[in-house]
Design a protein around this ligand. Structure first.
Ligand SMILES: CC(C)(COP(=O)(O)OP(=O)(O)OC[C@H]1O[C@@H](n2cnc3c(N)ncnc32)[C@H](O)[C@@H]1OP(=O)(O)O)[C@@H](O)C(=O)NCCC(=O)NCCS
Length: 150
């Protein structure tokens, strides 16, 4: 059975290993661990999603599902649970940069936009300053307190 739950501080090494195995950046992950969720299967982490808070905006990052667990809706559930955590923390809008899933996030309500429209506060995030290439697509989604739990 797979359970989706808030990440614990002790999950950091397993999250970083999952990100590295899927060629996703780990730089700055500590900024997002307080608003991160994991999918746990018999104690093992098979998926994660995290949000770096920057003022009233958040950077959704590190959305990842282990190869053998993809295609069962876990990715969607992880993002929805991370959104719920973010909304509960008062974040109004989420942004993300992606080189690999620009066609997937619109299914979850994210819309592509020019990178320059990201709030200045996010520009200092490690993903903006280097971990993600300049060619990565920017997507955004406005959150409401009614954002459904996964
Ligand atoms: C993107 C990702 C998290 C999706 O996880 P998942 O658990 O398979 O997602 P879901 O089961 O909710 O959705 C599966 C559907 O999305 C599609 N999909 C999955 N990844 C996709 C991608 N990168 N681009 C476009 N569509 C994608 C699948 O084909 C499937 O389509 P279907 O429902 O028509 O069959 C997973 O593929 C992954 O970890 N990729 C590598 C890391 C990555 O690129 N992360 C995003 C950047 S931060």
């Amino acid at each position: 059975m797979i359970e989706i739950e808030p990440a614990r501080a002790s999950d950091r090494p397993a999250i970083e290993a999952l990100l590295r195995a899927n060629a996703l950046p780990t730089a700055g992950i500590e900024l997002a661990l307080g608003t991160a969720v994991v999918a746990r299967e018999e104690g093992r982490i098979v998926g994660c999603a995290a949000i770096e808070p920057h003022g009233s905006a958040g950077l959704l990052r590190s959305v990842c599902v282990e190869l053998g667990r993809r295609g069962f809706g876990l990715g969607r559930l992880l993002v929805e649970r991370a959104e719920t955590l973010a909304a509960a923390r008062g974040l109004a809008e989420l942004f993300l940069l992606t080189e690999t899933a620009a066609d997937w996030f619109p299914r979850l309500g994210y819309e592509a936009g020019p990178r320059e429209t990201a709030p200045a506060a996010l520009s200092g995030s490690p993903e903006f300053t280097g971990a993600c290439s300049a060619g990565a697509a920017l997507l955004r989604k406005r959150l409401s307190p009614e954002t459904p739990a996964g």
